[in-house]
Ligand binder design. Sequence first.
Ligand code: BES
Length: 559
Amino acid sequence: MSDERARPAVSVLIHPKGHLNLTYQVDFDNHVLKGKVALTVEVLEDKFSVLTLDTKDLKILKVSANGQTAKFALGAKHSYKGSPLEITLPLELSRGQHVIVEIEYETSPRASALQWLSPAQTAGKKQPYLFSQCQATHCRTLVPCQDTPSVKHTYYAQVSVPKELVALMSAVQDGQEPDPNDTSRVIYRFRQPVPMPSYLIALVVGALESRVIGPRSKVWSEKEYVDKAAFEFSETEMMLKTAESLAGPYVWGQYDLLILPPSFPYGGMENPCLTFVTPTLLVRGSFSGFGWTGNLVTNKTWEHFWLNEGHTVYLERMIGRALESEQFRQFKAMGGWKELHESIERFGANNVLTNLVPSLQDVNPDDSFSSVPYEKGFALLYYLEELMGGPEVFMGFVKSYIQLFAYSSVTTQEWKDHLFTYFKDKVREDLFCGKLYVPPFQQPYQTSLLQLMDPLPLSHVKRMQEVHHFNSIANSEIRCRWLRLCVRAQWEEAVPLALKMAVDQGRMKFTRPLFRDVYNVAKFRDASVKAFKEHSATMHPVTATMVAKDLNVEHSTGL
Ligand code: BES
């Protein structure tokens, strides 16, 4: 098991179906959330008197347990795990008893789960903006909690914000009211009745508007993007219905989408009820099946991340198959295969991070992120699909896996045990090749179109620009590939364009390879470092940390 907890030696003591009652006051002047959380926990062992929670960069002001003041202490800070918060309960509890622990605290302006944007960094230029990204282990910078995907809980939240702004969370909206303590503010309320892991807690505050795009869906963004977003995601309900026909009912009620500012570090984040999406996807309407694999059935630790991502990629490609064709699925699989090999090449084939189930002992889960869990996971499932009797047969297995493990968290062993039970004599241990979960590496898909990534000589690249004018392409996927090709061909003129793209948007999928490619050409290296240093202060904290590592640059988070 990995040790993502701030104090790994402590076993999970809280009942997996706890509850969090959160109150936030969002302070844009100081970049701080003033928070109060009441955690309802069930004790799982006798003689229980010390509760350990995960925190990172939190200022803890006051702790009480069942209304009585409780003693607390913060342990030594670990670089990425943060500090354990040890709460000594005023009374000893026995197995089966409940306790409500209330904590008053403040977040740090450098909380790694948050990016605070100035009005100048928004589309509207008038109001500030705040968004969170908790996966994998950043929730502890927002709330003291058991920050592990092995624990699930429901939540309720009340968020006070300036009344010009709108707050949304990964939950169902439960009304709003003027803040009784401050007439310039309004309180938004949220309810998440489905148990979920801490990494799915999410908050956004900004000048947001919405458009209805389906019976259970709205799209949210700053008003400058909202109509375009409504158009791009107009097929959401059709995709949800297709996913339901394949995977079973969607249990989260609402399925809204939020289009974030360009600095959002990921393509999408499946926050329940409100998927967060990068604006770089706006030209390519996309959907993910995480409502099932990931949020409902969750990896027990980040070492089993492929269970979330591999199954979701599989489900997403099955949706593509149902809505388009088998060839479409094959085409997507082919692209994924290429991405997998790029990641393996970058890590080195013997790097443990290329394992389907890597050991993350002393590895920050942010460092392990790559295409491997997505595409090696998909490749394994596709390989098993062929052996077990094809897409329909194998989708039956995936659906039963979802039903069996819904509302819980699983390990690869549990997945595998279910695979063996479901297919009985059809599946044998030696199918796994002796080596843990490595499908045979031959290119298994029908190829027609390949991605444009192999190095080309400078003259070819220049000619491509003359004929096709790729420099003016706005589609981020194509633009990123094109600029990387130019930089690798050592075309000096492309360097400012590549660095501009790397900082104008912050999706790590684009930003990191662009910075890395520029850095890897010796004569361009200084330009990459200079551009990073100029922009790091206004970049997303996680993106800045990762790029600093890629470029071997010192990067202080100021803490
Ligand atoms: N959950 C991931 C994003 C993530 C992973 C954030 C690990 C933090 C740590 C998300 O579901 C994802 O994979 N998004 C994809 C796009 C999506 C449409 C499949 C991405 O970010 O590219």
